[in-house]
Design a protein around this ligand. Sequence first.
Ligand code: SAM
Length: 309
Amino acid sequence: MVIVDRKGPEAMNNPQEARKEQPSTYFVQDRDNQSEFDRLRVQDQMVTRGMGGILPEQPNPEKLRRILDVGCGTGGWLLETARTYPTIETLIGVDISAKMLEFAREQAQQQGVGTRVEFAQMDALRMLEFPTGYFSLVNARFSISYLRTWDWPKFVSELARVTRAGGIVRLTECGRLGGDSEALFSLDKLLLQAFFNAGHVFVEGDDTSLMVRMPELLSRQGVYNIQTRDYELRFPAGTPEGESYREDLRYGFRVSLPFLRKWVGVPKDYEQLYQQMLEETARQDFVGRLRLRTVWGTAPTHRKTQHVV
Ligand SMILES: C[S@@+](CC[C@H](N)C(=O)[O-])C[C@H]1O[C@@H](n2cnc3c(N)ncnc32)[C@H](O)[C@@H]1O
C-alpha cells in the first residue's frame, strides 16, 4: 500500500532535496535542531500518558480503518495507535520536517508496524495530498505551534475533506505551561506574547483563546456532533512525569529563542530567568500543570464547496 509518494529517506541523503523544504511558521525555526527532536519525543509520551492513551474519548477505535495524523512530529502518537489497534489497516503521518519523518520511519520498522504505517513530508498549510473522504479519523495535536489564526478555516476544511463522511475529525490543543514558579510564569508569558504577535493566538494575553474557539472552527467547516473533553494534567517534581515536564521546558525555552527574538524580543536577563526556572521546577514541592482540550466531531458529506472563512 503506497498512498503517498513523497520525499523519503533519500531526500535526507541528498542536500539539494533537503534544501527544498519550505520556510515554516512553526515556533521552532530550526526544525532540524536535535533538542527540538528530543523535546517532541518527551512531550509526546508525557501528553499521551497524561491523557490516558491515544484516543481515550473514542468508543471503538478498533473499528477505524485508516488514520491520518497531521503535524505528526516523531510519530509517537501514530506508532502507539498502530501497536494498540492492530485492526487499523493504514496509518499515515505527515509533517513538514524530513528529520522527524526519517526517525518516525525507522521507529515504524523497529516496532514491526512498517507495513501499515507510512510517513510523508507535507506542508499542512497547503492542500493535504490525499483523496477526498479517504480516512476514518484525522488527528491533529498542537497545531497552534504552526497555524496562525487565519490558517484555521482552510486547515480544518482540508482535515474534513480527507475524512470520509461520518468519520472523525479530532483536534487537541493546550494552554499555558503552569506551576508554582515565578520564572516559568515570566518565560511563558513572553512566549504567549510572541505567539500573539506572530498571529497564532486569537486574544492578547489569553492562552485559552484557541481552545474556546475549537468547536466553532470545526462547525464552520460543516463538522457536526461536536464534543469536547478537557484535561488538567499534573506533573509533580520527583516523578517520571515531573522529569518529563521539566525536560520539555528545558528544551522548549532554548529551541524557541529565535522565535522569541523575532516576535517579542528577548530580555537581557533571559538566561538568568531560564536558570531560575530550572531551579524552581526542580523543587520538591513543584507541580507542573498543563490544560488540554480535545474537540472532535463527525465529518460531513462531501460537496464541492470552498472552506468557510
Ligand atoms: C508541537 S509539534 C507536535 C507534534 C505531534 N503532533 C505531537 O502532538 O506530539 C508540531 C509539529 O508540526 C510540524 N509542523 C510545523 N509546521 C508544519 C506544517 N506547515 N505542515 C506540517 N507540519 C508542520 C513540526 O515539524 C512539528 O513536528
